[in-house]
Write a protein that binds this ligand. Structure first.
Ligand code: FES
Length: 158
């Protein structure tokens, strides 16, 4: 073996090791990069685990503070609820989430019923859909009154 060949072989011998090491570094970097980019994206797309925090009953103010033929939105846990008082003084509560596309409904004293502004949906004082696009009645909430205080709870049968 000539001196030139020995030198050439000497230069070539460590190359596979160096190449393997560089490939290892590059592959590790690519895996790390994908991991650091994909992990937050997957975590973002995955909805967080939540527990139902709906209370069994909420206080919704005093009956005497609610004028006849009026209504207001209250919170039942995370759910908006429309609380209304009819002209006769009857207090009622329904889910305030429109059954059409989920807008929040409101009480319209001029219509004397519940109305959804999004697509002109109408519900009567029993939460029944009477006009417009809403396909179903509003879910009913149970109302109990004790010492002028209104308590709203989920109606187990709706
Ligand atoms: S969301 Fe209420 S009528 Fe469309």
């Amino acid at each position: 073996m000539s001196e030139n060949q020995k030198q050439k072989q000497k230069n070539e011998l460590p190359q596979p090791l160096r190449r393997k090491f560089l490939n290892f570094l590059v592959n590790t970097g690519i895996v790390g990069l994908f991991g650091s980019v994909l992990y937050p994206i997957i975590r973002f797309l995955e909805p967080p685990k939540t527990t139902d925090v709906s209370p069994s009953s909420v206080q919704a103010g005093k009956v005497s503070d609610l004028k006849p033929n009026s209504g207001r939105i209250i919170r039942y846990g995370r759910e908006p609820v429309i609380l209304l008082k009819t002209k006769d003084g009857d207090v009622r509560a329904f889910s305030a989430i429109c059954t059409h596309l989920g807008c929040i409904v409101q009480f319209r004293a001029d219509f004397e019923h519940i109305w959804c502004a999004c697509h002109n949906g109408h519900y009567d004082l029993n939460g029944i859909n009477i006009a417009g696009p809403p396909p179903r009645p509003l879910p009913v909430f149970k109302v109990n009154i004790k010492d002028d205080i209104i308590y709203v709870s989920k109606d187990k049968f709706s």
